[in-house]
Structures are given as structure tokens and as C-alpha cells.
Design a protein around this ligand. Structure first.
Ligand code: C5P
Length: 410
């Protein structure tokens, strides 16, 4: 018999607002997964939501009354909108339609869902879902920015086939993704407790002589942010960092290295780990025999530089056998052309599970910048994530990692 108090989300109360979109059916699985983890779920079904899922099904899954009407006297007497929000630890809006997002952004309180959202002082998480053009409409972009500014957390949407027959951004996040985001909020510093993570970050410096080296423009911002996000979720995290201008993130065990060979050795020492994320921009080559003293200019002649390949750290770790191979190995692919084709081929060539690809060509401002626009490639396909801050990419990736690791463990 399962002891409910031992479940990871025991005692947590989620108020789920189900909006009017075809993705509402995914709430069935979401409610089931939340309850399996020990959370209680109370649902508000909007008028639109009730066109897609029935109060009977939702009520059966939540084992609770389903709230639908602001002006239902019995409901208000039993559990008014203020009380609904008071008795929750988190309010989740899924699917968050363009209409619901717009109403939230301007603060409309025209029905039970929006009135509850206005009345709440609890964290709010939305899972947007809509047609790609509605998602890309400047009004939705504006509303999303307003909501983020108001502290609303956002999970998804993803790219893919849509119920309307189109393809694009706007599919609601999958239930396990939403679950991961909920866990991150409700059990912070906890979801990855008991796991070990290894992250590489920054460039490597490959010496030519005591004062010169081969390097690249990587700032380390993305890798450092990922290490921080994983540590925040409770993973015991080792960050193997090449030379950067960044300070060591708190709560992370940082190993400083200069060269690719040192980075590989530090990674091997950090194993075994459950999760390994290789965000470093490792130099592909090093000088075969770095000079011990500064190479002198001799007339007009240029020195001969014999380069040899560096070890491929990602490939080495991805191709280890169990139990040394981490359960989830994630590579990065910084490309300047044919980003997606190269990235898909790279995932297979390197043997990693997931690959995060980004376009670092001139003009994107990504290499060294604070924002990133990535594509996540898994065995299930590819997702295009919108451009966002590197910290946000890290939080979202960490939530996905947590969902995957915990899903696999469940
Ligand atoms: O082959 P490429 O450099 O494009 O691959 C990028 C991915 O491989 C990144 O995840 C990077 O950290 C990793 N890599 C590595 N060791 C190398 C080269 C790349 O770990 N020598």
C-alpha cells in the first residue's frame, strides 16, 4: 500500500483552470499524474473548457466538485472565488487560450476563472495553447510579456502538428512537462534531490606557447545558468568550466580548467552522474607541441602550427557503458548554417540523448549575449523554443530534465 504522505507532492493543492481549447483533454492526464504524486487538484472549468471536456470526467478525476459559474449561489456559498484561490498552493491555467491570456494581461474579471485569477496571491502557471498565428500575433506577444512581468510562470507552448491541421508553435506543453514545471514551483530545490549532474561551460584555451592560445567567443553564460538551474532543483551539480569572466554560481561545485584535455579529465572525475549537459564550446584542435617559451618572430616567416584533434568529451561520455554513462546526456550544437540539419546529424553522431541547437551566426547576438533561441532535439523529434533569456532557457531545460528523470524513475 502506498503511503500518500511519502509521495513527493503530498499535501500540495493545485487549482487547475481549464480553458477552452482542444488541448483541454491533456488535463485528464495532468490531473491523474498530479494525484499520483500526492497533490490534490480542484478544477475550474471555463465555459469554453466545458465545450471540450466534461465536468463529469474532470470531477471523477479530481474526486471533487468542478467549479464553473461565478454566479452560482450554491458554489459561492460553499466555496467562493476568493476561497478557491485561498485554498490552493498554485493556480495552473491549462490550456491558457489567447483569450484567457489577454484577459489576464489586462486584469479582466468577467467570469469565475478570471475573477479567481484576479483574486489570487498564489503563484500562477500558464500553459498556452493556440493556433500558430494567434500565438505569433503581436497582441499575444505583448500579453505574454505583460504576464511574465507580473510574475506569471509559463510552460510551453511547443512546436508541432495542430488540431487545426496546421504546423507550428502553439501546441500546449505535454502533461509531463507541465507536471515538471508544477513540481519546480511547489517543491523547489527538491525535484532532483538525490541525483548528480555534470555540466560543462565556457570555452577552452589551447596553448600555443606560454602567452598565446587558441580560444573562441563562448561566454559560459548558458552553461553556468544550466548548472545553477539544476542545482536549484536539488541536483548535486559539478560545473566544469573553461576560462570565463563569470563568478562561480552558488550551490554548485565548480572545477576550473583551461584545456579540452583538462576538461575531459575533470568530467571523468565527476562521474558517475545521472545527468550530463555539455554546453562548453570545446576547441576542436590543440597545438601538437606547445612551445615552452614564447615563439619569436623570425623575419617575415610565419611559424608552422601543427594541430591535432582534441578529445570529444561529449562523445566520450555519451558512449560510455552503464553504469558510468549518465542516464541523460545532452549536447549543444552551435552552428552558423543549416543549423537543424547539422544538429540532427550531430545527435546521432555523438550518441547523446538530447541536443540543444542554436544559431550563433553573426547578427544573432547569441554568442556572448544574454539571450538564446534554441531547438531541442530528442528521439521524439524537434521543438523550436522562442527566443528568451539564457537563464530562462536554463530553467526550462532543467524542468524538462527533471520531468524526464523523474518520469523514468516513477
Ligand atoms: O562537434 P561540435 O563541437 O559542434 O559539438 C558540440 C557539442 O559537443 C557540445 O555539446 C560540446 O560541448 C561538445 N564537445 C565536446 N568536446 C569536443 C567538442 C565538442 O564535448 N571536443
Amino acid at each position: 500500500m502506498v503511503q500518500t504522505s511519502a509521495l513527493p507532492m503530498a499535501g500540495k493543492r493545485v487549482l487547475l483552470i481549464i480553458g477552452g481549447g482542444i488541448a483541454a483533454f491533456k488535463c485528464h492526464e495532468l490531473i491523474r499524474s498530479l494525484r499520483k504524486k500526492g497533490a490534490s487538484v480542484r478544477a475550474i472549468l471555463t465555459k469554453g473548457g466545458a465545450e471540450f471536456v466534461t465536468p463529469l470526467t474532470i470531477g471523477a478525476l479530481t474526486e471533487d466538485k468542478v467549479y464553473q459559474d461565478l454566479f452560482d449561489l450554491t458554489d459561492e456559498a460553499e466555496m467562493g472565488h476568493i476561497e478557491l484561490s485561498r485554498q490552493a498552493d498554485l493556480v495552473v491555467v491549462a490550456p491558457a487560450t489567447a483569450d484567457l491570456m489577454a484577459k489576464m494581461a489586462v486584469g479582466l474579471a468577467s467570469d469565475l476563472a478570471t475573477t479567481t485569477l484576479m483574486a489570487t496571491d498564489k503563484p500562477v502557471l500558464i500553459a498556452p495553447a493556440m493556433n500558430v498565428r494567434m500565438w505569433e500575433h503581436p497582441a499575444t506577444t505583448r500579453n505574454l510579456a505583460t504576464l511574465r512581468g507580473d510574475g506569471v510562470r509559463v510552460v510551453g507552448p511547443n512546436e508541432g502538428d495542430m488540431a487545426c491541421g496546421e504546423f507550428g508553435m502553439g501546441r500546449m506543453a505535454e502533461p509531463d512537462e507541465i507536471l515538471g514545471a508544477i513540481e519546480t514551483i511547489l517543491t523547489p530545490r527538491g525535484v532532483l534531490t538525490g541525483t548528480r549532474a555534470l555540466v560543462t561551460s565556457g570555452p577552452t584555451h589551447e596553448p600555443l606557447d606560454p602567452v598565446r592560445y587558441i580560444a573562441n567567443k563562448s561566454s559560459g553564460k548558458q552553461g553556468h545558468a544550466i548548472a545553477m538551474a539544476l542545482a536549484h532543483l536539488g541536483a548535486e551539480t559539478t560545473l566544469v568550466s573553461g576560462p570565463t569572466q563569470l563568478s562561480d554560481p552558488t550551490g554548485v561545485n565548480v572545477v576550473h580548467v583551461k584545456t579540452a584535455q583538462e576538461m575531459l579529465a575533470a568530467c571523468e572525475t565527476a562521474l558517475p552522474a545521472d545527468i550530463a549537459v555539455f554546453a562548453a564550446a570545446v576547441a576542436d584542435w590543440r597545438a601538437e607541441a606547445p612551445a615552452n617559451t614564447k615563439i619569436k618572430k623570425i623575419g617575415e616567416a610565419s611559424p608552422e602550427l601543427k594541430l591535432v584533434p582534441n578529445p570529444d568529451i561529449l562523445k566520450t561520455v555519451a558512449q560510455l557503458n552503464a553504469p558510468l554513462r549518465p542516464r541523460l546526456v545532452i549536447g549543444f550544437a552551435a552552428e552558423t548554417n543549416d543549423v537543424l540539419a547539422h544538429a540532427k546529424a550531430k545527435r546521432l553522431k555523438k550518441g547523446c540523448d538530447w541536443l540543444v541547437a542554436n544559431d550563433v551566426s553573426d547578427g544573432t547576438g547569441i554568442f556572448g549575449g544574454d539571450e538564446n533561441e534554441v531547438h531541442l532535439i530528442t528521439d521524439k523529434g524537434m521543438e523550436d523554443w522562442p527566443r528568451m533569456g539564457k537563464a530562462e532557457v536554463a530553467i526550462r531545460l532543467a524542468a524538462r530534465i527533471a520531468g524526464h528523470i523523474k518520469g523514468a524513475a516513477a
